[in-house]
Design a protein around this ligand. Structure first.
Ligand code: HEC
Length: 104
């Protein structure tokens, strides 16, 4: 019998080639604002936690539920060493970014 205890497997991220226009705009925001601190393609931390499978797990790294309200708040307000982006992103950029994060 195969023992996989403690080993969690996430469904794969949506390939970039299949992103919708909204998700693609979010990817652009991500590359400009987030990629220097967060891996999108793995759970390995960079400066902050890796974000692969962000919405596929029940909890964010902080332990908050993985939902749009909490993710939006983390991005807008920042957390500890993460700066807040409330002034850097407009509503549409925030929506596009969340749509992209859902593909991870
Ligand atoms: C300067 C580095 C830096 C940048 C830029 C940055 N982050 Fe973070 N991020 C962090 C760190 C560090 C943490 C861990 C904060 C903590 O809980 O102590 C974090 C945490 C998070 C979390 C988890 C929040 C939670 O509740 O666990 C999310 C989601 C996140 N960042 C998304 C983003 C997104 C999306 C962007 C782009 C808009 C971004 N971050 C930009 C450093 C950064």
């Amino acid at each position: 019998m195969l023992m996989l205890a403690g080993c969690h497997r996430l469904p794969p991220s949506k390939p970039l080639s299949e992103l919708t226009p909204t998700e693609m705009r979010g990817y652009t925001v991500y590359r400009q604002q987030c990629a220097q601190c967060h891996n999108a393609n793995s759970e390995q931390p960079l400066h902050g936690p890796g974000l692969q499978g962000l919405y596929k797990k029940p909890y964010l790294p902080s332990g908050a539920p993985a939902n749009d309200d909490r993710v939006r708040a983390a991005i807008a307000d920042g957390r500890n060493m993460m700066p807040g982006f409330a002034n850097a992103l407009n509503d549409r950029q925030m929506r596009d970014l969340l749509a992209y994060l859902h593909t991870l």
